[in-house]
Structure formats: C-alpha cells, structure tokens
Design a protein around this ligand. Sequence first.
Ligand code: FO1
Length: 327
Amino acid sequence: MTTSFGTIGVVCGGVGAARFLRALAGVHPAAATVGVVNTGDDTVLHGLSISPDLDTITYTLAGAIDPERGWGLRDESWRAMEALARFTAVRPDGSAAAPTWFNLGDQDLATHFYRTARLREGATLTEVTDEVRRAFGLEQRLVPMSDQRVTTVVSLADEGIDVSFQEYFVQRRHGVPVSAVRFDGADTALLTAAARAAINDSEVVVIAPSNPLVSIGPVRALADVDQLLGRRRDTVVAISPIVGGAALKGPADRMLVELGHEPSVVGVARLYAPIASALVIDPVDEPLAAQVEAAGMRAIVTPSIMISPEVGHELARRTLAAAGFTA
Ligand code: FO1
C-alpha cells in the first residue's frame, strides 16, 4: 500500500464526475487532483463557446452549482433568456438566431462571455479553463481533454438524422432512440499535454461515474488514451455509473441498450476491462460481481450513490484503495 499525496487523475464527464471530485476532496488534497474533462458536449450558441462538463465540475467544486438541476449556477435568474424569446417571433425561417431551447442563466452567461473572449484572443481552452478555475477559487486542476474541437454527434434512429449532443440531450430531452454515436474531430485532435500527464503520471487514475459512451467515450476516442491507460491498468479504477441496471442520471442505461451493450455493471465492465483493472459497484449489484470478474475486472463493492458526504468519502477511499493507494 502507498500512502502519499501523489496526484490522482480523474477522467470526467459532467454531474457524476463533479460529485465524485467533490467527495474526493474530502479524503485527498484538492491540489493533488487533476480532472481530465470531456469536451465532446461543447457547443456554440449565440456565438458563445459553451463547455458544459467543464462548467458543471467547476460550479460543483466551488459550491456554486444549482443543486436540483445539477448544472448551471444556484440563485440564477433568466432575464436574458426571457428577452431572447421576443425575437423568436420575427426570426426568418431557416435562421438559427435566438435559440431558447438551451437555457443559459444570466450569471452563467458571464462564464461563456469570458471563455469566448479569451479564445478569440488566442488563448487555448486549457488556459481559459485554468483562469475560470482560479476565478471560482478552486484548488483542483481541471484540464480539457483537448484544445481542438471534438464534437459528439448522435444519430437518431427514428428521425434518421445526425444531431449534436446537446440537440439530443437538451432539445430532445434524451428521450429518443439513438442508433450510433461518433466523435467528429477525434481522429486529428490531440490530447492536451496536461491531460496526457494526468493520465500517464498520476499515481492513480479514476474513471468517474460518467456515461461510458458519451462522456468517457470522447476522451477514449483520442489517440493514445486507451494505450496509455491500458499500459497502467493495474492503477486505473472505474466507478460504475449504472446501479441496479439504471443510470444514476441521464440516458446511459437506454443508450447502452440502443448501442448493443448490456445495461448493467457487467456491460460497463466489458467496456472498461481493457483500460482499468477494477470496477466499483454498488451493493445492489453484488450478485453480478462474479460476472464483472469474468469480464476481466476486479469488483469492488461499496455504496456508490453519493447521498451524503460520508458515503462520498467512503466511495473515494475505497476507489483509491482498489489501486493500492490509501487516502
Ligand atoms: N441541461 C438541460 O437539461 N437543459 C438545459 O437547458 C441545459 C443548459 C445548460 C447550460 C449550460 C451548461 O453548462 C449546462 C447546461 N445543461 C442543460 C446541462 C448539459 O446539457 C449536460 O450537463 C451535459 O452536457 C451532459 O453531461
């Protein structure tokens, strides 16, 4: 067993990852944690560069997240969105101006204004993310998976069209069947140097309880990521986002089925076995532990629904211990 303040790298999507990072901060120094964050959900609306997963994690760690929604800022107002609605009546057919289906709160807009302006000045997303992190007073480091654009594209089974992730997730409330997912730009986009270091050099890498297909999938689609993780899989631990056959949040369970995977911890284990040696599963899934092991991963059984800080801390401790690391 190692006891140290070594760096923990966490491969992250949105809400589940944010809550895990918050829990991790209770058992490990925040400054020794690096989140490698999915940017496949990023979008441009009103000319603004929006990075939902980066912002969800930043706001959660800063204690500024809206606790009910799990995204956006608490005590938010929506005056800008209300004012935008005025223009939808006069918008000519075919114009995409003034979209109101994606809700941007008045304070949240400030983050997008800043990110957009800095990117236009030539800053990288890595630099801007660090500036936003410092503005919110976070000690954890957060790094985008890539400084180049990678776009998660979802093929809709019924409509027979391809849409961006947010058009699927928010506009259609992730309520329509999906026939395929792809990550445009992932074949040429580079893992950022900071993300590569977090994945390669951290003492432990945790794959957060995020959607394996559309949150962790875009990170894995970048060149080298699976090889880097696979080379050190003994110290890579994943936390299942599926508990009792259902997603803790979002459409992961339905997506797994629609894309040909089993919607259970066993399906998750089959996806992660090449890159991680252990899968943390909730006691409700203990009967499937042998199948997780048959899929090639050690099953670590511990409560994984972070209903209280204590449960979160124990989850974080057990996750690190699974890689031989004591917090
Ligand atoms: N999710 C919604 O369900 N509806 C929204 O209108 C919405 C707006 C939004 C604005 C900024 C932001 O950072 C996140 C937002 N989200 C919204 C959440 C976002 O779509 C999801 O968290 C992810 O992309 C999935 O991880």
